[in-house]
Design a protein around this ligand. Structure first.
Ligand code: FEO
Length: 177
């Protein structure tokens, strides 16, 4: 059984995951409007992942006999400067999400709610993975730059990550194309 305080914390996170999905979907539409199809695909897939996270919280809360509360989700911003701006904002957002996940982990531990503590470990690992991925993309953007063919090249790379053809880590490995 979940405590009332833990139910609230999990519901808050459920809604943050919903917002993350909407934010990335909005960014995807911005990218598509800019003709950045690879970036759009990558972000749309990422939005789907976030919706998967939302459902994990939704299912867990229900499995524990509590009720998931879908609250009002803030509208994401619609204007972005360029790809670098988009990924900087994603990185900042994911760091915020990591901090929130860690706060819930600490609360679960101090309550002695080991089932929830265990449930949250997936998200601890997932946040580490996401932060690493976004930082790698940002590093690439900084190295390649957004001048001339830079944007085109980055968009092509993102298309490859988005399709699952290659991971960022693989593409950055020595000897990779
Ligand atoms: Fe659901 Fe991007 O963390």
């Amino acid at each position: 059984m979940l405590s009332a305080a833990m139910t609230d914390l999990l519901n808050d996170q459920l809604n943050r995951e919903f917002f993350s999905s909407n934010l990335y979907l909005q960014m995807s539409s911005w990218a598509e409007a800019e003709g950045l199809d690879g970036c759009a695909t990558f972000l749309r897939n990422h939005a789907d992942e976030e919706m998967g996270h939302m459902k994990r919280f939704y299912n867990y809360i229900n499995e524990k006999g509590a009720m998931a509360i879908i609250g009002a989700i803030d509208a994401p911003q619609t204007k972005f400067k360029d790809i670098k701006d988009v990924f900087e904002q994603i990185y900042e957002h994911e760091q915020h999400i990591t901090q929130k996940i860690h706060e819930i982990v600490k609360a679960a531990f101090s309550e002695g709610d080991m089932t929830t503590f265990n449930f949250l470990q997936y998200f601890v690992a997932e946040q580490h993975e996401e932060e690493t991925l976004v930082r790698s993309i940002l590093d690439r953007v900084k190295i390649i730059g957004l001048d001339g063919k830079g944007v085109f090249f980055i968009d092509q790379e993102l298309a490859r990550y988005g399709s699952g053809e290659v991971t960022v880590a693989e593409s950055m490995a020595p000897g990779a194309e």
